[in-house]
Ligand binder design. Structure first.
Ligand code: DGL
Length: 278
């Protein structure tokens, strides 16, 4: 399977895929030369997404997981129309997971809980989350707010301590004040800050707030597709070391440091690929 994101964030999805699909080989591409995507126009994101897909296609992947909410929000239909292989995004699985979380809350007779979403500026401006939730249920209101600074914070590996906590608080305050009862991490970089987000949301709300991460829900969709299409490699076809190939478009060394920390496994082999005119 091919998996791509603007940088490190999609590793949250790659990790869930490695757990859900023990025999599958994953080729992961982080477009570190052009991160962040979330502050760019839809047109630019489409162009970047085409380039990433091309690199993965050259490596012979059987499907592509768009491990990026921004690309899933603005470019996925274009990729699906242009490319002759299955393309799986993170927003629809994330919307399903959000509904499951909100439905699991204790029922309050006087009001329905709201679904809070934090994402990049591009994802929030696209309205993709309210749309995806609305296609599944019209009962719940979605409050979606941009939290763009969380992307460079995680790319820097700054995922603990006072600075991320203050920034997370600044973004969560209006979301909790608007009545969000669950918080959807609508950017694949944000699960790297999940502990801080959960702690600050609970402080602000005065009780624990469910935090929804689309990585596992996305991995479950991929696993179902592979099973339905009987595409699973035979047992032991790939040795554990060969199961994850890491590609970046710039600075492989610094990617490797944060990736190893995050994956909890060796990520020292990172190959830099050439974007050319992609
Ligand atoms: N991790 C990506 C997302 O889910 C992109 C973040 C960015 O590059 O701004 O939206």
């Amino acid at each position: 399977m091919g998996v791509f994101d603007s940088g490190l964030g999609g590793l949250t999805v790659a990790r869930a895929l490695l757990n859900a699909l023990p025999n599958e080989r994953i080729v992961y591409l982080g477009d570190t030369a052009r991160v962040p995507y979330g502050t760019r126009s839809a047109q630019t994101v489409v162009r970047y997404a085409r380039g990433c897909s091309e690199i993965l296609l050259e490596r012979g992947v059987k499907g592509i997981v768009v491990a990026c909410n921004t690309v899933s929000a603005v470019a996925i239909e274009i990729l699906r129309a242009e490319l002759d292989l299955p393309i799986i995004g993170v927003i629809e699985p994330g919307a399903r997971a959000a509904l499951a979380a909100v439905r699991a809350l204790p029922a309050l007779p006087e009001k329905l809980p709201k679904i809070g979403v934090l994402g990049t500026t591009g994802t929030i401006a696209s309205g993709a989350y309210p749309r995806a939730v609305g296609q599944l249920s019209t009962r719940y209101e979605v409050v979606a707010l941009p939290a763009p600074l969380l992307v460079p914070l995680t790319e820097e590996g700054w995922i603990e301590g006072e600075v991320p906590r203050l920034i997370v608080r600044r973004y969560l305050e209006p979301l909790i004040a608007a009545g969000a009862s669950v918080v959807v991490l609508g950017c694949t970089h944000f699960p790297l800050l999940k502990n801080i987000i959960a702690e600050v949301a609970a402080e602000l709300a005065g009780h624990p707030v469910p935090i929804v991460d689309s990585a596992e829900a996305t991995a479950a969709v991929v696993a179902e597709w592979i099973a339905d299409e009987r595409l699973a490699p035979s047992l032991g076809e790939h040795t554990p070391a060969a199961r994850l190939e890491l590609l970046v478009t710039d600075l492989p060394a610094s990617f490797s440091v944060v990736a190893s920390r995050f994956l909890g496994a060796d990520a020292s082999h990172v190959t830099q690929v050439d974007l050319n005119a992609k």
